[in-house]
Design a protein around this ligand. Structure first.
Ligand SMILES: C[S@@+](CC[C@H](N)C(=O)[O-])C[C@H]1O[C@@H](n2cnc3c(N)ncnc32)[C@H](O)[C@@H]1O
Length: 441
């Protein structure tokens, strides 16, 4: 495979191309890297390749003419290359793209400097814009090296043991398992016993489990596209059951009304059904309806009886299955006591509020908390929201959900709960045994 690197600093690449697997692959002719100095394509005696941007502003830009001449001359040679401009605005380089690029016979890697390159070159003479991450480098050279290494690993023969490439992080869609070498005991930290057992099947099983666990903890987003066997799914489900100890509480008292006064709100049948179905679908351990009013509780109990053991259960067992997660409680205290007794520890309280809070937790941080194994109770308000005395007890606030175009932001608690749970747990959607035939009404 041939890499043509177009740069104003060809010397930048000297030592990286001499060392390690890259150096060896170049010596053995498995790869060829040709360095081209952009200044060689300038026509004036100062070999000028940059100029000031039109319209003013900071920095300098690569002029179009030397770039054009360089690219045209490279394209005139065969095999026809794919021209890549390294740029923070490009598509993010990731494992699959590196593998795909390794199928090419020839790549041109154009390294920018200063403020970048003239837009007309980017728009009309480049096949692909590639970024190595959401940060800005001084120039494209370091990025070109990253692309070179990530792609070269997939060129047959470059990495001696191809198994190691195939088993690296991302290759099977998962992160790699932890590895250990001698000594067996390092400062009292011991190598896991199974790795010393000599039992290959056990070692392989342990590695797969660890791989799934590390991915679950650090990059659950990868699980959605990873190739998972039924055993993998069973393991992940087990991990989910152990780690995600999530509870919901829909508070009817104390909440506030339009005037900001503390009230008890009345129960809504839709909240009972829709949030129970949501909770059951997303693996929530229990959904509490907090309602101190006796007559309201009587209605709720009656409805639950109908669906759990009455005609509703016979007519629609799926609904009964969802409503099994529902618990009635008179107060938040009662909810906390029940969770403490089930979990052996108090849950962290995560409050939701439509008003922005300074210390709000992002959904990414909250999702990490949810996966951490701590019991968590998400507090949902009815009426005009949770009363200050409930908000004051919260350990964290979830970022409010915002609309798109203007300040209108009046979601039903059912809609808000759905969005919140999906944001917290979407990486795990479809972990079930057969996601394709489990969708209904
Ligand atoms: C200082 S940067 C220019 C940034 C540009 N003005 C912008 O704001 O998008 C100079 C050159 O570094 C390279 N570069 C910087 N960050 C990069 C990244 N994250 N991935 C790939 N190339 C990068 C590009 O070749 C770019 O033309």
């Amino acid at each position: 495979m041939i890499f043509d690197i177009l740069t104003i600093f060809p010397e930048y690449f000297e030592s990286p191309l001499r060392v390690g697997l890259l150096g060896k692959a170049l010596k053995r002719g498995l790869l060829e890297v040709r360095l081209h100095n952009l200044r060689d394509f300038a026509t004036d005696k100062h070999r000028t390749i940059d100029d000031k941007p039109f319209g003013g502003g900071e920095g300098m830009l690569f002029k179009p003419e030397p770039l054009y001449r360089a690219l045209e001359s490279l394209k005139a040679e065969s095999p026809l290359p794919r021209v890549i401009y390294l740029s923070p605005q490009g598509r993010l380089l990731e494992h699959r793209l590196a593998q795909e690029l390794a199928q090419e016979q020839r790549l041109v890697l154009l390294c920018g400097r200063y403020e970048g390159i003239d837009e007309r070159i980017r728009a009309h003479f480049v096949d692909m814009e590639l970024s190595i991450g959401d940060y800005v480098l001084f120039g494209g050279e370091a990025a070109a090296l990253v692309v070179l290494e990530a792609v070269a690993r997939w060129v047959p023969g470059v990495v001696g043991c191809e198994d190691s490439v195939r088993r690296d992080s991302f290759a099977e869609g998962l992160l790699k398992y932890p590895q250990y070498t001698r000594p067996r005991d390092f400062l009292g930290y011991r190598v896991p016993e199974v790795l010393l057992s000599g039992d290959h099947a056990r070692v392989e099983r342990w590695r797969r489990e660890k791989s799934l666990e590390v991915t679950f903890d650090r990059r659950p987003d990868l699980l959605r596209t990873a190739r998972l066997s039924p055993e993998d799914r069973a393991l992940l489900q087990e991990l989910f059951r152990r780690r995600v100890r999530l509870y919901l509480a829909l508070i009817h008292y104390p909440v506030i009304n339009k005037e900001g006064r503390k009230i008890a709100s009345s129960f809504t049948n839709l909240d009972l059904h829709d949030i129970a179905r949501l909770a059951r679908t997303y693996g929530v351990r229990a959904y509490y309806l907090v309602q101190p009013l006796r007559d309201q509780r009587a209605i709720m109990e009656e409805l639950l009886r109908f669906w759990l053991s009455g005609p509703g259960a016979r007519h629609n067992p799926d609904r009964a299955e969802a409503l099994k997660v529902v618990r009635l409680a008179r107060s938040l205290e009662e909810v906390l006591a029940q969770i403490r007794s089930a979990e052996g520890e108090a849950p962290l309280l995560l409050a939701t509020d439509a008003r922005p809070r300074r210390e709000a937790l992002s959904y990414e941080e909250a999702a990490r908390l949810v996966r951490s194994g701590r019991p968590i109770l998400i507090l949902l308000g009815t009426a005009w929201g949770l009363a200050p005395e409930v908000l004051d007890r919260a350990d964290y606030f979830l970022e409010p959900l915002y609309g798109t175009l203007d300040a209108y932001n009046h979601l039903s608690v059912r809609a808000a709960a759905s969005i919140i749970l999906d944001r917290l747990l979407r990486e795990f959607s479809g972990l079930g045994p057969n996601p394709s035939n489990s969708t209904r009404n």
